[in-house]
Ligand binder design. Structure first.
Ligand code: 0RA
Length: 643
């Protein structure tokens, strides 16, 4: 019988099976931790650490140690009050601690105040970690005793909680050691960087809390301590460390009401990007929400009021827009509330309406006060926003001009472009070539029906360092935009691209690497969908060639050469070193970059483009030490991204 018809039996309470214990978690792990991939695996750590952080937020814990053990386990130790060890009133014969680890959603504090981390996938309880582990060891120091208990195979208690000795003098705290179940997870290897990134943010968000990370795994030993007495003020300083801040001070204010609190820290830098990061109960809200809305609205309001009051903005002038004001802004908004509602596609948008009003009121009152107390800084912010507003108007007219131009003179293609004759973008490619001479050889070697050539002169503009209006005045940039034919930034329309392969052709030396980095930054910042859809490529001209009989064989680099020699021990050690694009002859250029069958192209990923962007943004910073560290860890090339 179809569902919902009149005589369908009705359900009564007795029909609903009460799911006991942890079986449901093992049956549908995704419901509790999101996935059984790397995200879900790391979620186990977050779950345990969140409990310790809750204890810190309640004012009872000052230090958390997270250790990746040699044998694949994870240990999280805190110096909180220790999970209660006395018998649980509702579960005869069981300690409260055992209940916390074996009953779903029993992880919360029994009564008492404080904000529990309880949104989205968080706050499901340590019992979930127990359910998804082959082994869990629980240790509690409380009432002067050291207690211990073990669970196996998805949370089966191996005897009860037992006193195994004395606690170290005056010590209280909880230590949870767990081993993820390999039959549940696709992979059970933790990634240190994923863990440390998160721990560092937790330390920033919990002022004064010391979080130590230790990797004891063989060959990967490392140790790091995060402790920030300045909290989110230190977070802002950290984010701006690689940039040039507009002034030294970091504005900071907080407001606490009955069941909600907000803390904000902000500073401007001389860049043109906005970096606002918001959190609710320590959880990153990447989709924004009420707290961000309230902040933005009040920030715009406070700056305009200040500008008017000080006559920095004249009567006849328009108000500054939020966008102008947020240019170069780095801000952290951290809120805590009793029952956070996480909404949106990725459940990372805060939905609690009263939070908007709290953040708005706090910002209107306290940020305005900060501006009054720091007039020099406030003036700088207003001046920067005024310049941004002018640039915005200039950029609009520059963009309109570009648009009108292309509407008027047909395609409006740049004079330097050697276009292909074919009109199907799917079959067309454009080579962006460094220098005019290389452009000339490329023109001879190409297939004129499908391959276009755009020579560009030397180094293009670093778009990280220039505002949109300046960028649009640059002739090389103009040529790029016009040739690709799909606009830029918000107006970029992937449907309109004139070529499906945008191929960067530059030498394998430092200069070539520099120009590639600048171009990738441009595409990443201004035509991101192009990168995301995989239309951007780098041609990799080989370093060597050699003759096998009459056929010329190309070898990418020294490794390829060695491998070739190993495979062909009788080959005469006679290799020609190719000097670079400018000096390649017609055949060489055709074989290595133009000929579909022989050439080697590297499709650029979003990650690679993002890295190029970071290289550009770091290179403009003043912090030499940070710059050196960044380049050493991220870019093979000493100066630029080497792909
Ligand atoms: C329930 C009640 C109390 C503390 C905790 C749980 C607690 C849980 C975890 C998990 C990791 N570390 C933890 N620390 C504490 C309050 C106990 C009291 O009132 O003394």
């Amino acid at each position: 019988m179809a569902k919902g018809q009149a005589n369908e039996p009705t359900y009564s309470a007795s029909d609903i099976t009460v799911l006991e214990g942890l079986d449901p978690v093992r049956k549908r792990p995704g419901m509790y931790i999101g996935s059984t991939g790397p995200n879900g695996l790391h979620h186990l750590i977050w779950e345990v650490v969140d409990n310790s952080v809750d204890e810190a937020m309640a004012g009872h814990c000052t230090r958390i140690d997270v250790t990746l053990l040699k044998d694949g386990g994870v240990r999280v130790a805190d110096d909180g009050r220790g999970i209660p060890v006395d018998p649980h009133p509702q579960y005869p014969g069981k300690s409260a601690a055992e209940v916390v680890l074996t009953v779903l959603h029993a992880g919360g504090k029994f009564g008492g105040g404080g904000y529990k981390v309880s949104g989205g996938l968080h706050g499901v309880g340590i019992s979930v970690v127990n359910a998804l582990s082959t082994r869990v060891i629980l240790e509690i120091d409380r009432n002067g005793d050291h207690h211990q208990m073990e669970f196996r195979d998805g949370g089966k208690a191996q005897g009860g909680l037992a006193v195994t000795g004395k606690a170290p003098r005056d010590r209280t705290g909880t230590t949870v050691t767990f081993y993820p179940d390999p039959t549940i997870f696709e992979e059970i290897e933790f990634r240190a960087q994923t863990v440390t990134e998160r721990l560092q943010i937790m330390a920033f968000l919990n002022k004064g809390l010391e979080i130590r990370f230790k990797d004891e795994r063989e060959g990967r030993e490392s140790e790091v301590i995060y402790k920030y007495n300045g909290g989110i003020v230190d977070f802002v300083k950290h984010l701006n460390a690689a940039k040039e801040s507009l002034f030294r001070k970091v504005a900071n204010y907080e407001q606490i009401e009955e069941s909600m609190e907000v803390e904000v820290a902000l500073q401007w830098n001389t860049s043109y990007n906005e970096s606002i990061y918001s959190f609710a109960n320590g959880i990153s809200t990447t989709e924004g929400g009420m707290h961000e809305d309230g902040f933005r609205k009040a920030l715009t309001n406070a700056i305009n009021r200040y500008g008017r009051a000080r006559n920095l903005l004249k009567e006849k002038e328009d108000n500054l827009t939020g966008e102008d004001i947020r240019e170069g802004l780095t801000a952290i908004i951290s809120v805590r509330l009793a029952e956070p509602q996480f909404e949106g596609q990725t459940k990372s948008k805060l939905g609690n309406v009263p939070m908007r009003s709290l953040v708005e009121r706090a910002t209107n009152a306290k940020l305005a006060e900060w501006f009054e107390e720091n007039p020099r800084e406030a003036n700088q912010v207003v001046q920067k926003a005024i310049v941004a507003a002018r640039a915005r108007v200039a950029a609009r007219s520059a963009r309109d001009l570009t648009r009108r131009k292309s509407a008027l003179d047909g395609a409006g293609l740049p004079g330097k472009l050697v276009d292909c004759s074919g009109r199907d973008p799917r079959e067309s490619e454009i080579f962006i070539v460094e220098g005019n001479s290389a452009g000339g050889s490329a023109k001879d070697a190409r297939n004129p029906k499908t391959q276009a050539i755009l020579p560009i002169r030397g180094k293009i503009l670093n778009v990280e360092r220039a505002r949109v209006d300046k960028m649009l005045k640059n002739t090389e940039i103009q040529a790029l935009i016009a040739a690709i034919g799909a606009g830029l930034a918000e107006d970029f329309d992937l449907e309109k691209i004139r070529y499906h392969k945008i191929i960067l052709l530059a030498d394998a030396d430092v200069d070539g690497s520099h120009i590639r980095t600048l171009l990738l930054t441009f595409f990443f910042r201004q035509m991101k969908p192009l990168v995301e859809a995989g239309h951007v490529y780098v041609a990799q001209p080989p370093l060597y060639s050699t003759l096998v009989g009459k056929e010329k064989v190309y070898l990418k680099d020294d490794r390829a050469k060695e491998r070739f020699l190993a495979d062909n021990p009788n080959h005469k050690n006679d290799f020609q070193r190719l000097k670079g694009l400018g000096e390649m002859d017609f055949d060489e250029l055709r074989d290595t970059t133009m000929d579909y069958a022989k050439r080697s192209l590297l499709q650029i990923t979003v990650e690679q483009a993002a890295l190029a962007d970071e290289v550009c943004s770091v290179l403009m910073g003043d912090d030499v030490e940070l710059r050196r560290n960044f380049i050493q860890t991220n870019a093979k090339d000493v100066r630029f991204l080497d792909i």
